[in-house]
Design a protein around this ligand. Structure first.
Ligand code: SPV
Ligand code: MG
Length: 456
């Protein structure tokens, strides 16, 4: 690139990056930008992706914005650093009007290509070059991407080492500040948790994945052939969480039913916290607990506000770290007690120390949940709200987040799906008296043998 393409006296050379795991590929790009700046009397400006920009499209970064900024500030290759609030370059391009943009050539296809197009559109509009091919511009400089070393690869390798108990536990609270909504999938075994850990889809250039696991009392009980009435003891459930934690890195929210007696709940809090669980949800029911989706079809009673507040406060006093969260679940709508009761309880529970509120509903329509969110958010804009849209399943997580929710839990779908699949195959074998016909409904033997690293 020489001066002839330059139309600014001191052009800005813009490089956007997350720089969470700084590696040779980054230095390569920055070195190139520096040379371009030096030969054009320009400046290298880095658009450093903010924590929420990274979290929206990926996992939360290992290092936060300020830590990453300190690392970059000490590189002589860079003149200044500005935040880039999303993967889109648009805002910063409009703000600083760079003349050159440097990026690895890996964004020519795939989900990043739409951001590349934004950059090209900007360059064509501001620095017309009369180029026939609008998919190129001399001021977009693309450096051959190093496939041997890249952030995703390093991250994969780091994740395969596992995660410390403290880091996993703290991650949920951190993610709540960076991303909305958080999507949580019920995981009842290490294998189902591996699915929740690894599955993702690309939507409009953004990677959407689950942010953690839900340890459900319903599915943990059903899996063991027991009713969802607090019949399973904590030790039993901790066993599967331990197995889940052995092979994953995401955070877990624990369904503790009513939390039991206050005297017992404080021990549960300590145990869950020690294991690395991020949050516990307790529901304001008393007596023999039945599943909420049964509503008033079965006898269920709600705890008094005073008693439930005392349980929350005792739990908060028992925890050791500041990262562990106790979330209070309100059953007023489930038990037809109305919105006023639900709101009164929500504010009382927060006053007692609850870190978040879960409001549950068994209606097909989300209207009572949406009106609760409106009334609650009019008074409290910050306390995290958790929803479990099993019944009101036509509304999307994004719509619920837009209405004020923070965490959306898909509470039983993994187990429900696996039951249907297993039942069909079991029946099929009996019907055909052999397994040939149901082979297509199963993963291949080759696949199962290569699913778990180390098997072969
Ligand atoms: C669970 O998953 O066990 C729950 C959510 O508590 S619900 O089944 O909807 O009550
Ligand atoms: Mg439950």
């Amino acid at each position: 690139m020489n001066k002839s393409t330059s139309t600014q006296t001191n052009p800005i050379i813009y490089v956007a990056m997350a720089a969470d795991l700084l590696h040779a590929g980054h230095i390569n790009i920055l070195k190139f930008a520096r040379e371009l700046a030096d030969s054009n009397n320009g400046k290298v400006v880095v658009g450093l992706l903010t924590d929420s920009a990274i979290a929206q499209a990926d996992e939360a970064p290992f290092l936060d914005y300020e830590q990453r900024k300190i690392v970059l500030e000490n590189l002589t290759l860079i003149d200044s650093i500005i935040p880039q609030e999303s993967f889109s370059y648009k805002d910063n391009l409009a703000k600083i009007k760079p003349q050159f943009i440097v990026h690895g050539d890996d964004w020519q296809s795939g989900y990043l290509s739409k951001y590349r197009k934004e950059v090209l559109d900007f360059l064509h509009a501001h620095y017309p070059q009369d180029l026939e091919d609008k998919s190129t511009h001399p001021a977009l400089v693309e450096i051959p991407y190093s496939s041997q070393i890249n952030a995703l690869g390093i991250k994969k390798a780091m994740n395969s080492l596992g995660i410390s108990t403290a880091m996993r536990q703290a991650r949920l609270k951190k993610l709540l500040t960076l991303k909305k909504p958080l999507r949580i999938l019920e995981s009842h075994s290490a294998l189902s948790a591996l699915i929740a850990q690894n599955v993702y889809v690309l939507k409009n250039g953004v990677r959407v994945e689950f942010d953690g696991f839900w340890s459900s009392s319903l599915t943990d009980s059903t899996l063991r052939g027991k009713p969802d009435i607090e019949a399973l003891d904590l030790t039993n459930r901790l066993q599967s969480i331990n197995e889940i934690f052995e092979v994953t890195t995401k955070s877990l929210i624990y369904d503790a039913d009513t939390g039991g007696r206050v005297e017992h709940f404080i021990f549960s809090v300590k145990t869950l916290e020690r294991l690395g669980v991020s949050a516990v949800i307790i529901e304001d029911k008393t007596g023999l607990k039945k599943n909420s989706l049964l509503g008033n079809e079965v006898a269920q009673s709600q705890e008094s506000i005073e008693e439930f507040c005392a349980k929350i406060t005792a739990g908060k006093r028992a925890q050791v770290t500041s990262d562990f969260m106790i979330i209070a679940r309100i059953e007023s709508l489930i038990l037809d007690k109305g919105q006023d009761d639900a709101l009164k309880r929500a504010f009382a529970y927060i006053e007692a120390g609850a870190d978040g509120i879960m409001i549950h509903s068994r209606q097909k329509s989300p209207s009572e949940i949406l009106s609760f969110l409106r009334a609650f958010r009019a008074k409290d804009s910050t306390t995290p709200i958790v929803l479990v849209p099993t019944s009101f399943n036509a509304i999307t997580a994004t719509e619920l987040a837009d209405a004020g929710a923070n965490i959306i839990i898909y509470a039983n779908h993994a187990l429900r799906a696996s039951f249907v699949a297993m039942q069909e195959v079991a029946q099929g074998i009996l019907e055909h008296d052999r397994s040939l016909e149901i082979e297509s409904k199963c993963m291949s033997v080759k696949e199962i043998l290569s699913l778990i690293p180390g098997t072969i």
